[in-house]
Design a protein around this ligand. Sequence first.
Ligand SMILES: [Zn+2]
Ligand SMILES: [Zn+2]
Length: 198
Amino acid sequence: MTHGTKRAAEAYDAVESHEELIRWSRAYCTRAVAAHGFDVMLGPVCWEVSTRAKRRAAAVKTPTIENASVGRAIDWSARANGFGESTPPECTMSLSWRAFESFDREEWSATLRHELVHVEQFQAFGATDHGPAFKRRAEAVDAPVRVRRFAEPKYTLSCEACGADVAYRYRECKLVRESSAYRSACCEAPLHCRKRRE
Ligand SMILES: [Zn+2]
Ligand SMILES: [Zn+2]
């Protein structure tokens, strides 16, 4: 492991705010564009962190480009996009805070590479999808063709004494059914289980 990789790994674990998540992700994408040869301009990419995204780990939001389709190169200079010359219009990399919290660095990085394939397609064609071209490109950059669906946990277990959330479960299990029989590590107190509101 090189020094740079180690520092980046530490920084990932140290991310605590939306701004830091954007900074980390943008820096990672800059390295990934160089390392994997993405044909991507990061300049016209905006960034946001979503706290509402319930299932998608990340998404690229693009304007709708008329008559664009994947595989047909687009000439941005022939389109009035307000950015002049051949610069593609802005698209937005939207990151889910909850997904970041549950993904480790490897999975988060792979998610960003998946989204970079979308950006690459959008900037080249004005459209993006998960078709055969996407699949080939995703495989070439070691990205998943489908990002793991990220769901909010159905059950949250908290400490009855201090109220801290101590565990999450996606489905019913013994811990959920008999939560008060378990003790929290923080206070040795019974656990309280609450179900996500649908
Ligand atoms: Zn996708
Ligand atoms: Zn406690």
